[in-house]
Design a protein around this ligand. Structure first.
Ligand code: NAP
Length: 290
């Protein structure tokens, strides 16, 4: 498994070890910016399944770092897909709501046409297309608004700022489901634990799957919920006001979708998995904040 130092990768490690030996392939073992080495590295590791939560995830930086974003998010997954197809090994890859342009208010289905509005989104979509074009056994798990008690994420930023500032200005016109890395890892572990086994699950249901917490909110409401949860757990905070702002007033380099809602019907019907509400994921995460 790649990306073991990341939010999703580290949550997966702790949950998947009961299904077999997890080989933690951090960037010293498999460097996704050197895709030509990947086939030989996988030959040496000889995994029964490849899980790739590693990615170039710096959304704003990607606008100026296009080549590296595409190398890590497109060329490297392509190399993994070729190796896994050649060796008939299932490949679990992760992708993002940022493949969509964010128009409308309807949750995006797997069958909807992607149309990214950022370099990061374009590079992630290119990775999806590359894996699909190889045609080996694969599952591309699109998720959204990922956070964890560690790492760089919105939850951690709000937790820090709420201790430092009296007033926060938070985007209130982007809609989605904040999804804890634990929620993602629990769902993937449920696939591994299914009576059919993960290989059969992927062989029969190869393709795209949307996986996020249930429910919908905005960054503004999410920030309010984080602060309420922290206060309820007795964390001393300085913040007294949260002001809703428009995404256009938050000067980020990359554009982000206004509508990031993901339709979870396929997750439920094909995989029998329902995810907890985003608020439940938040409460579980806050309970792990020191
Ligand atoms: N974060 C989100 O909000 C979000 C939302 C939707 C979808 N996703 C997708 O979900 C997946 C997991 O995201 P995450 O939030 O867990 O990411 P993350 O916390 O940013 O972790 C990224 C991981 O990728 C590794 N990595 C980056 N460049 C690499 C390279 N050249 N070679 C090898 N490893 C490299 C990092 O290793 P180092 O620690 O060594 O840098 C780290 O382990 C990704 O596919 C991402 O696109 C994320």
């Amino acid at each position: 498994m790649t990306g073991v130092t990341g939010q999703v990768g580290s949550a997966l490690i702790s949950r998947l070890s009961r299904f077999g030996t997890v080989i933690p392939a951090d960037r010293t073992v498999i460097d996704l910016s050197a895709p030509r080495e990947i086939a030989a590295q996988l030959d040496a590791l000889a995994p029964d399944i490849v899980i790739n939560p590693a990615a170039y995830t710096a959304v704003d930086k990607a606008e100026d770092d296009r080549d590296l974003a595409f190398l890590v998010n497109e060329t490297a997954p392509l190399a993994i897909a070729r190796w896994t197809a050649d060796n008939d090994v299932p490949f679990v890859h992760f992708s993002t709501d940022y493949v969509f342009d964010g128009t409308g208010t309807t949750p995006w289905k797997e069958s909807d046409s992607p149309s990214p509005i950022s370099v990061y989104g374009l590079s992630k979509l290119a990775g999806e297309v590359a894996i699909q074009s190889v045609g080996g056994p694969h599952l591309i798990v699109r998720t959204s608004w990922v956070y964890a008690p560690s790492g760089t994420n919105f939850f951690r930023t709000i937790t820090r700022l709420a201790r430092e500032r009296e007033e926060l200005r938070i985007v209130a016109d982007q809609f989605g489901a904040p999804t804890s890395a634990a929620t993602i890892a629990d769902a993937i572990a449920a696939m591994f634990g299914s009576p059919r086994g993960i290989s059969d699950v992927i062989a029969r249901d190869s393709g795209l799957i949307h996986l996020a917490a249930s429910g919908t909110t905005t960054w503004y409401e999410f920030a309010g919920a984080i602060i309420n949860c922290l206060q309820a757990k007795g964390h001393p905070l300085k913040v007294t006001r949260i002001i809703p702002i428009a995404a256009d007033d938050y000067r980020a380099k990359a554009r982000r979708p206004l509508n990031s809602r993901l339709d979870l019907t396929r997750l439920s019907l094909a995989f029998g998995i329902s995810t907890p509400h985003w608020l439940a994921g938040l409460e579980a995460t806050v309970s792990r904040v020191p």
